[in-house]
Design a protein around this ligand. Sequence first.
Ligand code: ADP
Ligand code: MG
Length: 235
Amino acid sequence: LEEQIRRSDRLKTIGQIAAGTAHEIRNPLTAIKGFMQLLNKALSDRDMSKEQEFVSIVLSELERVNDLVSEFLLLSKPKEIKLVPIRMGTILHEILPMIRSEAMLYKVTVLYYPKPELPSILADKEQLKQVFLNLGKNAIEAMNGGGTLIIRECSYPYEPDRVAVEICDTGSGIPAEVLEKVFDPFFTTKPLGTGLGLSVCQRIVHDLGGSIEVSSDEGGTQFTVLMPHADARMD
Ligand code: ADP
Ligand code: MG
């Protein structure tokens, strides 16, 4: 519990710093990106391909900074969360096209098992979409040589008031000493990772009264998101 409190204090501090600075960083970034795109166009009109290559590198690095700032913004407490009763299937349907196009790049097969008869949950749609996007992205990134990503809606007999979504991959798996750190802010094993994806997921899911679990072996990894039924949360 103490560890949990320490972690949530740390997340709160990061959130406060993020809220204060992320917008200030994003504004000049937007301007730099815009002018770089203009420069790119001007160089292509003059047939200056070498210089265009430099500009492309700047643009892709800008994209990285932009991603980092976006994740910072998500870590800071969102100003307005809109809780509505919604089906998991609705949320998953909206992110599947994005997951599938990312999967194609990694030669990953995506299998989706919906379960429409499951009760609705109470959630902010955009936030939960972010959770499943992050989990899907991690799964795909763990299967560089190809593999299978399974997204399954289900419920467990011993969890009568919650619905579950399982995200399973046939990727590299997570060694035990890494497994205990995956939710830590800034923990990453990727050369270009931010290490913020899973801490964002955890924050969002906990805020919505749910939980997120992980298990892993050499065969792959499974993340499970459990969310309370909408009527179970109404007071
Ligand atoms: P990032 O993706 O930027 O590294 P995350 O917070 O999303 O940050 O993930 C943290 C770390 O957890 C990853 O660097 C990776 O080591 C591990 N991880 C997360 N999901 C998976 C997965 N599905 N398979 C293997 N490792 C994973
Ligand atoms: Mg990630």
